[in-house]
Design a protein around this ligand. Structure first.
Ligand code: ZN
Length: 168
């Protein structure tokens, strides 16, 4: 296993759409394994392959406190949603930046697991938030895109300050 470098906001790859995965090879499984190591070390609750420089439709989440909730999702599609709720959110590509984002409280997602089996998962709470956040990454969308202009400007100013101080 090896730790991956996480791309930070400003890297144009984060705006790219990820390609569907046609074949779930050992390389994909190795990448997922490296992503788990990287996410736990960060620490974080979710990581998309594109954040490590691989624009393919794979992401991982674990919203547990004890590494017991590890899930890898390939080619995910949201097939049902519930009501919306506002929660604070962060992102490993935005170290130290948090913002309130309105998302579905529950989502049902269809995906392939690392063995190519089709699965359906109904998620709520933190898992639902993480799944929606990571699926956005696969579409080149970032959580700050949801914010009102004035709020995003404040965060972008903070990011510029962090970049200047080498903290990004
Ligand atoms: Zn993120």
């Amino acid at each position: 296993m090896s730790k991956l470098k996480i791309l930070k906001y400003g890297d144009q790859l984060l705006r790219k759409k990820s390609a569907e995965i046609k074949e779930i090879s050992d390389d994909i499984r190795q990448l997922a394994s490296d992503m788990f190591e990287t996410m736990y070390a960060a620490p974080g609750a979710g990581l998309a392959a594109i954040q490590a420089g691989y624009p393919i439709q794979l992401f991982i989440i674990d919203v547990s406190q004890d590494k017991s909730g590890a899930l890898a999702l390939i080619n995910p599609k949201i097939i049902d949603t519930g009501d919306k709720i506002i929660r604070e959110e962060g992102c490993l590509s935005f170290p130290g930046i948090y913002a309130d984002v309105k998302r579905f409280e529950t989502v049902t997602v269809q995906y392939l697991d690392l063995n190519g089996r089709q699965k359906v998962l109904k998620a709520q709470g933190l898992a639902s938030k993480a799944i929606q956040h990571e699926i956005d990454h696969l579409n080149g969308k970032l959580f700050i895109d949801y914010l009102e202009d004035w709020k995003r400007k404040i965060l972008e100013k903070e990011i510029r300050r962090k970049k200047k101080s080498g903290d990004w």
